[in-house]
Design a protein around this ligand. Structure first.
Ligand code: ZN
Length: 386
């Protein structure tokens, strides 16, 4: 099937995009020929679709009655609170994961990495819901699944259930604070790496531990990655410690992250330090962004819009020049900034002059395309992907 998207603004010029079998086949000067089969973008700006590399589809309060949260006191207390809150949810987990995926799609996010809770009481219930959703969303949304022992891989005795998860659809093994929560840095990390090796899966660790404790953990991750000599698919999410220590203190850590091709993933927090973007760039460390807590037990805020998060990334880092705003956009998309022949036709149309203005004003998504098909218009999802 061939689709034609007419009058798309790309680098200041109006173009027609010819889509074949979900891919960009041709990019032509706008023809202005009346054509009832084509989609007329009327000069709206082309933006590549987004990727959200850290989220939790299975535990949010979107679609639920308002719940009162409590301030964060300690991680174990917060985990207890979250567990009890999840037991009172009105929507079942299948409905919940779909609601969040739909929210992200209507913002223009067509690739995500979601951490999914697993533990001995929950088993694979949440994971199965996301695996099912991934089947339903095939061709529309790419979903990477992290088997996430939120209550601690060792602390909650979840190694067996993690193995089950890795056999049944999880792409990566997750973990959380090997020091602060698990209290066994080496044993916890070594278990993650042995699971990674046994099942040939990646690793994505939640690391909130501050300062030198966090740095020590990252240093162990880099050593274990080097020892494992595996294909580089290791990430550390949050890594607040990299925003707490000086660049001088972190030189060796930066070098090991770069040499072992380990990614740092941030949700761009405004209430605590984050890895310094300029240091990530200067040290050539792979850096990715996710929305993380969206209206959940940890935070009542968030709307699942990664463009808004990209805008926050630029603002928090004081990035205001055209070059910087465009660079900031590259952290929320895994795609070329302009359409490229042969790429999957996932893109967004907005009313903005250029990418830098879109980053600054976060406009409504006038249309979202996945595989060349329009799936959302004027910020609302269409029925073809429900
Ligand atoms: Zn998370």
């Amino acid at each position: 099937m061939v689709n034609v998207i007419k009058n798309v603004k790309i680098a200041g010029e109006w173009k027609d995009l010819i889509i074949k079998e979900g891919m960009i086949k041709e990019i032509k000067a706008a023809s202005n020929v009346a054509d009832t089969d084509s989609y007329d973008a009327r000069g709206l700006l082309y933006l590549p679709a987004f990727q959200d590399m850290h989220c939790h589809l299975d535990k949010h309060l979107v679609g639920e009655q308002w719940r009162s949260l409590q301030p964060f006191i300690t991680l174990p207390k917060q985990l207890q609170f979250e567990k009890s809150l999840l037991e009172t949810m009105e929507n079942d987990v299948n409905t919940r994961v779909r609601l969040m995926a739909e929210l992200m799609l209507q913002h223009g996010t067509t690739k995500i990495r979601t951490h999914v809770d697993i533990d001995r009481t929950l088993g694979l219930k949440h994971l199965e819901a996301v695996v099912e959703l991934r089947k339903q969303m095939k061709g529309i949304m790419e979903i990477e699944i992290v088997a996430f022992p939120q209550q601690g891989l060792l602390l909650s005795d979840s190694v067996d259930v993690a193995k089950d998860a890795l056999r049944n659809g999880a792409d990566l093994i997750g973990g959380v604070d090997p020091a602060g929560l698990e209290k066994r840095v080496d044993a916890s990390l070594e278990t993650m790496f042995s699971l990674s090796k046994e099942f040939a899966k990646g690793i994505d660790l939640h690391l909130h531990d501050p300062g030198h404790l966090g740095k020590y953990t990252i240093d162990r991750v880099t050593e274990l990655t080097k020892q494992a000599k595996q294909e580089a698919n290791v990430a550390v999410s949050h890594a607040y410690c990299l925003g707490m220590l000086s660049d001088d203190e972190l030189q060796d850590t930066y070098q090991a992250l770069r040499e072992n091709d380990i990614s740092i993933i941030s949700s761009v927090p405004i209430d605590r330090p984050m890895p310094r973007l300029q240091s990530m760039i200067d040290n050539e460390i792979s850096f990715l962004v996710g929305t993380d807590n969206i209206q959940d037990a940890w935070s009542p805020f968030g709307d699942g819009d990664i463009l808004r998060r990209g805008s926050r990334l630029a603002e928090k880092n004081g990035w205001v020049t055209d070059e910087q705003l465009i660079a900031a956009y590259s952290y929320i998309t895994g795609r070329s900034l302009e359409p490229v022949i042969g790429e999957k036709a996932d893109f967004v149309l907005v009313d903005a002059q250029n990418i830098q203005q879109a980053m600054a004003i976060v406009p409504r998504r006038e249309a979202v395309f996945a595989g060349g098909n329009v799936i959302a218009e004027k910020g609302e999802l269409l029925d073809n992907c429900r």
